[in-house]
Structure formats: structure tokens, C-alpha cells
Design a protein around this ligand. Sequence first.
Ligand code: NDP
Length: 249
Amino acid sequence: MTGLLENKVLLVTGGSRGIGKAIALRCAEVGAKVILTWVSHEESAMDVVHEIHLKNGSAMAIQADVRNEDDVKQVMNEIKKEHGKIDILVNNAGIMKNNLLLMTKTEEFDLLVATNCKGPFLFSRAAAKLMLKQKSGRIINISSVVGVYGSKGQSVYSGTKSFIIGFTKSLAKELGPLGITVNAIAPGFIDTDLIMDVKDEIRRDLLSNIPLGRIGNSDDIAKAVIFLASDLSSYINGQVLGVDGGQVI
Ligand code: NDP
């Protein structure tokens, strides 16, 4: 895979931990110039940058809340100043909150929608402006298997991940003619901080439904991102790639 993303400028939101961190590290290993954002874990973000620099890669970290339009503008301005272009946007930053409908507070709904839906909207709009000038680009959105199939106790979180799928397909139609592909990845159960609170019995139950017999890791998703970001996928547009060990077939 060496060189698959040579000199490509790649922005990954939420690159300080979990899946976003793996995307930043693995894409840098195959040549991408990485910009990663974080919101609260500065030290983790700086560790990722340091790790990339140690391997002679290119990386910078910017604090930016995906819910905040001014932060998004600032990120794009810094990318323009530093690199003059953006080739790949990975809308990864996200939060999960689980609750039955009747227990779900309006504030929880607002927070999930602002982070998981408004964030990708703001970043896609800003990145597309630059990509249009280049007449090329890749947008990769991180959805979830629950966005495709639903999940009891996760109606709002699932809903935000379903939004990502409709958004991806619509953007693929809108931006495809302009040289930009837009695809989504639907991860299954991936071992990160996000699922830290999932109870052992639920883990065991989920595991029994995964034909590959293991929970996924962040690198499983990063490898799919490299595929969708590289020339290997140049004729793939508007697709949702399940990366879930066969959890949902
Ligand atoms: P983590 O909780 O491990 O990491 C979340 C990342 O998002 C962190 O880098 C965090 O930054 C960032 N982030 C959170 N809120 C904001 C915000 N308001 N603005 C900017 N950045 C923010 O999550 P995962 O790595 O597990 O999840 C990444 C994506 O994958 C999410 O979209 C999630 O929904 C999706 N996903 C995850 C699955 C799983 O099983 N783990 C399954 C399916 C989908 P900071 O470190 O600064 O807090």
C-alpha cells in the first residue's frame, strides 16, 4: 500500500482518538499529508502528530468543534495557507448516546444532531468549495451499521447515522459530475472509547452475531478509508461500505 496516498492532503475530523486516530496514522504511512482535528483531548491529538512526524510523515492538529461554523472556517483557512488544496475529507468525529425514546431528553437529541449531522454538513460544504476548484476530491463519511438497520435504545444516534447515508448518496449525485466522489463506511462494533461503557453481556451477545468472531479494531476502518481515498476506488461513488465482520448481512 506504500505511496497509495502520496502527497494527498487529507483532513480527518476527530483524529485524536479511536477510529480517527487510526485513519490519521495509517493514511500518513501511505503518503498522505494529514490534518486532524480534536475538540477536548489536545494531548492525544499532539501524540498522533508526534507519532506521524517520528516516521517522517506530514501532520498537523487543529482544535475545532465540528458544531461550530467559525471553527470549520478556521480549519479550511489553515489548510489553504499550509497546503493550498484539500484532496480527501473524512467526516469521522462523532458521539454516541444511548437511550430509549421516552428517556431521551431534547438536549441529547440536539447534541447528537449538531455533532453527527451538522458537523459533516459544515465540513463537506467547506471542503467541496475547494475541491470544486480542483475538479477532484474524495469525501468519506463515517456512518454505522445502526444507521442502516436501526437499533433499539439508539433511535436518535441511529437516526444521525442514517442521515449520513442519505447525505452521502445525495452528495454523490450532486458532486460526482464535478469530479468529487462521496462514499460512506458503516462500521460494526469497533473497539474504541465510544463503546467503553457497553456491558459485557451485550458485548458477548454482539460477538455471537459476528461471523468473523471478533470485535473490529480501528485499523479495520482505516484500511477501508485508504481504499476509498485512493485510485483503487476511482469508479466507486455513493456507496455505503459495511466494515463489520459480517455482523449484518
Ligand atoms: P471515539 O469516542 O473514540 O473518538 C471520537 C473522536 O471524535 C475524538 O477524536 C473526539 O475528539 C472527536 N469529537 C467528538 N465530538 C467532537 C466535536 N464536537 N468536534 C470535534 N471533534 C469531536 O469514537 P470512535 O473513534 O469510536 O468513533 C468515530 C466515528 O465512528 C463516530 O462517528 C462514530 O459514530 C463512528 N462509529 C463508531 C463505532 C464504534 O463501534 N466505535 C461503530 C460505528 C460507527 P476529542 O478526542 O478531542 O474528544
